[in-house]
Structures are given as structure tokens and as C-alpha cells.
Ligand binder design. Sequence first.
Ligand SMILES: Cc1ncc(COP(=O)(O)O)c(C=O)c1O
Length: 391
Amino acid sequence: MCRKRDLGRLDVMYDYDSASESLTRRSLRSRAARDVWRYEELLPVRARFAVRLGEGGTPLIRARRLGEKVGIKNLYLKDETRNPSASFKDRAMAVGIAKAVEMGKKDVATASSGNAAASLAAYSAAAGIRCHAFVPPDAAVGKIAQLLLYGASITRCEQVKEGEDATAQEMLAAVDKHGYYPCPSFGPFNPYQVEGPKTMAYELYEQDEWGGVDAILVPTGSGCLLTGIWKGLRDFKELGLIRSYPRIIAVQPSGNQALVKAIQEGVGMDRLVPEAYPESVAGGLLDPYPWDGDAAMEGVKTTGGTGVTVGDGEILRGVKELAAQEGIFAEPSGAAGLAGLEKLRSEGKVDNGERVVVLVTGSGLKEPDRAIEMTKGHGSKGGKKRQAPPR
Ligand SMILES: Cc1ncc(COP(=O)(O)O)c(C=O)c1O
């Protein structure tokens, strides 16, 4: 953790000259690893410390039906629901736990709305490390079930109040008191995990056979994922593997839009106002303060991107469309990117001819109650209740 404890972020630097000798478009073709460790030269810890559960290597799916509906000819979905614990956080936590193993840590702690905690718990279990998770009172049932079964110790904290996130505060107190290794997905408390999600950007380019992507839509809470995408693009440009950047587009719910608002108003982190009482169906996007906002803003700005907010109705429509048009079951946070695209498309801010990638970041199986609620009245024929068989 940064010794000044001023929420400054540390950034991992790489020797690009040396990495470019081994990491080329050609050498990538002959690499067997399909997980995040495929890009070992650009990770802060060696693969031999990793607990490998199959993190990363997710499919990039051409979404023809959805593309037609949205009016984007070349629409692609990066399906991160396929990760081992069913969200993109596995990329971050695989790196976080590998670092903890390298450093000989026995206890790790996280503050999370649920996905990062579930992921850390999975990797901790496999590494034989104790996991301490600080989560909000309304964390989704599937995420709590994962934490319980992976054997994490769970502390349910208070809801965000006046912009203060109790999960982060309690995690930091436990780190101070017990010496746990802080391993949340966002940056200021640990610089390594953000190096995991950046592999998603590498994969997009490889999977698209290096064809130009024009825009990437990123569901955003703490800004760690967006920062990772930005870092991944920068890495590949430094290595000469890509020539230009796609526009990075941050998508936040309208009930928690501090980062997007700052992007739209062109102000820096010093003038960003955290949301006092964040609220949305997208539980993964409710960090009142975007911990990685500075790097995220840099990524959006440098790539000519933008920010967009979406309402709960738009997000839930995105969940339905992903399932009904493309067979992908996403949780609301995971579908926010699609909702953002539909909004920008309707405003004419994305063109039909652009190649667009939407990141689908977490699985709907985490919140089955929500899916059932959303589809009430659908699917059951005649609306009759099932009767008990005659005795
Ligand atoms: C499914 C899902 N998507 C997106 C995000 C946002 O990621 P970040 O906090 O890195 O911005 C989260 C965060 O928890 C999430 O769970």
C-alpha cells in the first residue's frame, strides 16, 4: 500500500524493449496458454506463483442479432461471464493471489460489492490462503453463496452513507489491525490486480486478428476495469502491436454517476463529487468514489472516448436483450455496457459502420431472483399453478 495513505496510485512499469523481443504477433500464435498467463511478460508476477483456474481466454462473440437490433453492423461481445467464478474479476484476483503467494501471505482482505470478493475467495481457497471479505448488506445472494462455499470469512458492512464506503473503511481497519494483505480489485491499496483485467484488451486484438476496434464500452464502478483496458491498450501500443487506440467509453448507472459526470464536465479528481447515496440495480457499479478515476479519466480522454449514464430500466432491458438475442445471461452490472451503447447509438454518437466491443462483465446466475422477478408472467402457460398429484 502507498505509505502516504493518500489514495495515490502506484503504477507497475515494464521494460517494453525487452518484452518486445519475446512478445510479438508471431510468437503469440504459437503460445499454448489461453489464460491471462499467456501474456506473462506484461504481468507483475511470474506464472509459477499462479493458482490457475482458467481465468481469461473468454470468447469474443459476433452479435449479429443484437447488432441488427441496436443498429451496429459489427458488434462484438466479450463474454466475461465464462470466467471461473463467473465475472471478469477473476483476471484481477488471479494476479492478486499469485502476488500474495509470491510474498508468502496467509491472509488476504477485500472490500467489494460481491464479485471481486467471490473471486478472491475462490483463488484463496485454491491457494490455501484465508480470505476476509467486507461486503455491503445487500450483496447479491449468488455472490454470498460463493463466498460461503469458498470458505471466506464474511463481514456485512453498513450501506454507503454520505459518500463513505464502509466496506473499504472496515477492510483498511482490518489490514491495520491484523496485518492482512489488502487485495481489493481497485488500485490505491494494491497496484497489482489492475494488471489482470488489462489482458482483456490484449485478447480483443488477438481474437479480432488485429483488425481495428473503434469503441469499447466498459461498465464502470471503481474504474479499475477501465483503467486495466487503458493500460492494456497502452502496453500493446508501446510494443508496436497496435497503431491507434479505440475510444474507451465509461458506462455508469444514473444513480451513481460521479465519474461520468466529471468526464462530461472535463474536471479532474480534485473536483469530483462522490455520490452520497448510490442506488441502482447494477450492484457492482455502486462505488461512491471511483478509486481508479484518475487513470480511467486519462484513458477516456487520450482515446477520444466519453462517458454515458443509463437508468435501471435501460440496464434491465440490456439484460433481457443479451439473453433473448444472444443467449448470454448477464447480471445487471454486466449488461450496463450494452445499455450504454444503445443510448449512444440513439443519440447518434456511435455509427452503424463502427466496430464496437461491449464488455459483458458478470453472470446473471449471481442474481437469479432478479431474473425471475423481471420475467414474472412470462413462460408459464395458462398462468395455472402446478397442482399436487392426487394421493
Ligand atoms: C459485473 C461487474 N461489472 C463491472 C464492474 C465495475 O468494475 P470496476 O469497479 O473495476 O469499475 C463490477 C465491479 O464490481 C462488476 O462486478
